[in-house]
Ligand binder design. Sequence first.
Ligand code: SAH
Length: 284
Amino acid sequence: MEHRPRKQFAQHWLKSDKALNQIVQAAEITQCDRILEIGPGTGILTRRLLPLAQSVVAVEIDRDLCQLLAKQLGKTENFLLLQGDILSLDLASQLTPFPAFHNPNKVVANIPYNITGPILEKLLGTITNPATEPFDSIVLLVQKEVAERLYAQPSSRAFGALSVRVQYLAECELISLVPAGAFHPPPKVDSAVVRLRPRKLSPAANDPRRLETLVNLGFAAKRKMLRNNLKSIVDRDRLTQLLEQLEVNPQARAEDLSVAQWVALSNTLRVRVGEAGEAGEARV
Ligand code: SAH
């Protein structure tokens, strides 16, 4: 049975052996690993994971693909297929009847790019609500521009709010670039394999809501100096003083602060700022 790739579900089958090898190697799979795959599609990556891992649970939204996969891989003992939307599915409760697949410790996936942000949130949590049982590692194919933001260093063009939000929760590395031609049909963008390793928050924000608000407001107008973007919640002179204490140039833009400096800034401000950063609620 031939399955025509569906645009609606961002279906682009990976066909490059080289890229598949890079993904699998980056995941450093052992026989103890219980893997979560998002969007197995026709199972090209799944087939590589199964012989290496203890188990693979795959979540696929497309019913027709699920039928196809069930036919082809249904008898494989260490494989479990769940039909559903990864974003709304409650994985832990879906896995309750299947003890061998409980608590997957790694994620390996060529994900649908149209929901990359929400998938990252689902896997890592957020600044205010980090995942309570983080994965050991998460290896994903993503759009190249998103990858660049994930592993960007401070003061580089790609370093933005997403970089701070994700890097606060996980170490991010570029594994390799993957050209559009590695897929069928080729997407409009190039891709990259990234590896995220969730880590202990260090230093941790003592008020995560405040950190989130600062990051949202700080990056709101990227060209502006940080002290202008934050003037509704932090007095200019006070901020200048704090930035000097943190050895940051008072004229810095949001992109010039490292994740540690964002956390330090947040921890140095004593007064709680309003949710979503409403102006003037609490000046410090
Ligand atoms: N891993 C396969 C397919 C990648 S394409 C390969 O490398 O060839 C993305 C896959 O994600 C498709 O199979 C698509 O149907 C699936 N998908 C799209 N949205 C999804 C969602 N919300 N939840 C789960 N799977 C989804």
